[in-house]
Design a protein. Sequence first.
Length: 441
Amino acid sequence: MLVGVLHCAGRFSQPIFTCWPTSVGQIKNDKRGLRALANRMLASVATFEQCFQTKSANSLDLATRYVSGLLTQTLRKNMERMDERLGEEPGLGEDSYQSLQQFISASPWEEAALYSGISQRASGRLGGRPGSTLVIDESGHSKKGRASAGVARQWNGRLGKQDNCQVGVHSVLNCGPHSAMIGTRLFLPDEWIEEPDRCRAVGAPEARIAQGARTKIQLARELIEEAVANGVQFACVSLDAFYGRDSGLRRSIQEQGLVYCADVPANARVFGQAPELESRPEKITGHTFTVEELARRMTGDKPHPGQRMTLREGENGIVETHVWARRVWEWPAGQPQPEELWLIVRAMPDGTLKTSLSNAGARTSLKRLARWQAGRFYVERSFQDAKSHCGMSEYQARGWRAWHHHMALVSLALLFLMEERLLNPLEMPLLSAADVVELME
């Protein structure tokens, strides 16, 4: 039996369809099967050996040890606990913990090169399909004190409140139930930008310090441009309401020739029909509707009920909902002409309505729009896997380089977990990240 997957032969090549025997990836809970699983993990990390080669050393053994530690069931996956769990390793001697610390905190290997490799490999597996989406999202990591790079009292989305934390903005490639984290940026709050010496104390690069304040929106734009430069193939950029409300970000996506599907807040204003105006009015309130007003009209239009859509398979069965879509026009301040967009409305389980705007073509199917809008579910689950099973938030290093190195290696661990699930769709359709981590023990 053969399972089809995609791979990229080069950075800018088109996806090529190939087939792998299921025996390559099939997980069996016996000594032979578990040994094969461990060997696939070693081979997965070894694929990126050049990324860990510096002028003075090849650190593949340390990268492998770190990723192995992330994939154990250690309760707190900081370097000390992971090193204790893995035990002594030939070639590293008794100072393996110090070696890991140096590898994460001081070694000059470039995480950008690793992300480039991860991006290309993830694109080969998940890219080039109508359902392939590049998702921009952020994740907060609670921390104590003031010494960790970028830590401040700021919004932590995981907790839903202000918290003393670090915040990373991430890019994730998603297709169906599978996701891979392919890029990240650490957000520096204003209090850090105002203290350059504080930034230098945690090892922030001088080039980053010279940039000054960079908003999360600007970081999101960088990640999208980075994905394109790395040859990642996706059909749509997906944004939550924090990022989607920024018309400048959405316009920059469109100017790159890309399609977006962006959640917007209920008070976002659009025209219900093409405006017959020579120029944008200074105040558009009297000419426009909020998306919430239009959404209520759409859902209350009994002659035109929303279409019932199957979004995904959930833990308790098929997840279905009603979805509506219509054409609207947006005219941001400073723009010479309005832009025709899709307004997508989805009924949520709690009775609320989720509203999104998309610049997809007028002939795009409602099913495709609905799938793009709902695809963020799997990305949120990917972050849950990263934090619950790959130690994403359990690092103890404080420096700029250590944070970025850790996140890149978490991304590498997630890539391996994704590939294991992708290679076992028939034998183990419900295989989870937790299952693979448990089998790795």
